[in-house]
Design a protein around this ligand. Structure first.
Ligand SMILES: [Zn+2]
Length: 84
């Protein structure tokens, strides 16, 4: 094998590995402006969080990562279809 050809192949392999490495790093980190979790539109489902202590009701319009919020130190109750 001529030395020039083996060098070319070596460079091409190096570039390929580098490109794969960059692509895998990019797939792990979210792009700017891109949401980590897909937002679910739940406005039509009439989902609300209600505080069992004081009765404060929070209407959920969009749901990202499901995490029950706290109010008055207690976890809020999830209700669906409050009727209002
Ligand atoms: Zn409360």
């Amino acid at each position: 094998m001529p030395p020039l050809l083996s060098w070319t192949i070596a460079v091409l392999i190096g570039v390929a590995i580098w490109k794969i490495g960059i692509a895998s790093i990019r797939s792990f980190s979210p792009k700017p402006g891109e949401q980590k979790h897909e937002l679910e539109d739940v406005e039509s489902l009439e989902v609300s969080f209600v505080c069992v202590e004081c009765g404060t009701e929070l209407r959920v319009r969009r749901l990202g990562e499901l995490q029950v919020p706290r109010h008055c130190g207690e976890k809020m109750k999830v209700i669906q279809g409050s009727g209002t």
